[in-house]
Ligand binder design. Structure first.
Ligand SMILES: [Zn+2]
Length: 145
């Protein structure tokens, strides 16, 4: 009975997968996780690119999805897909209960390259600012010193 349940979970596939980006999101996940890829929080985690309007986290099935728009957006907004993936992965490390609170932000800042963290200000401006994330403009200004 229990084994059947596990098998169902393992077989779960999200809708509207975009197969042309499968390798890309897999590689990006590994790149962002680096040495953390062996961590319990992401053990067996599968990631799929999808032609859906937003990414989702399927906790029981251990699957996250990255919408194709977040991949295309990186053409104009460098690193946007990095940011998006790091955000989704941070949820895994922080746990489902953490929402976008302190633990989530802590993991997000570990996982997301500093130069791309400003994208979080466009999503959760107050929480991101409270976590010490600064705008792209002020980051760029600091880089000139
Ligand atoms: Zn989120």
């Amino acid at each position: 009975m229990f084994d059947d349940l596990l098998e169902d979970v393992g077989d779960f596939m999200p809708r509207k997968i975009a197969p042309e980006y499968l390798d890309f999101v897999k590689a990006l996940k590994e790149e962002i996780l680096g040495p953390l890829s062996g961590h319990d929080a992401v053990k067996g985690l599968r990631v799929y690119p999808v032609k859906q309007s937003r990414g989702r986290s399927y906790w029981k099935a251990n699957v996250i999805t990255i919408p194709v728009f977040a991949i295309h957006k990186a053409r104009i907004n460098p690193g946007f897909t990095h940011y998006y993936m790091a955000h989704e992965l941070a949820h895994r490390f922080a746990g489902n209960e953490a929402n976008h609170g302190h633990d989530f932000m802590r993991w997000f800042r570990i996982l997301c390259p500093a130069r791309y963290q400003h994208y979080e200000l466009g999503y959760k401006p107050r929480l991101a600012a409270a976590a010490g994330i600064s705008s792209k403009e002020s980051n760029d200004a600091l880089r000139n010193f």
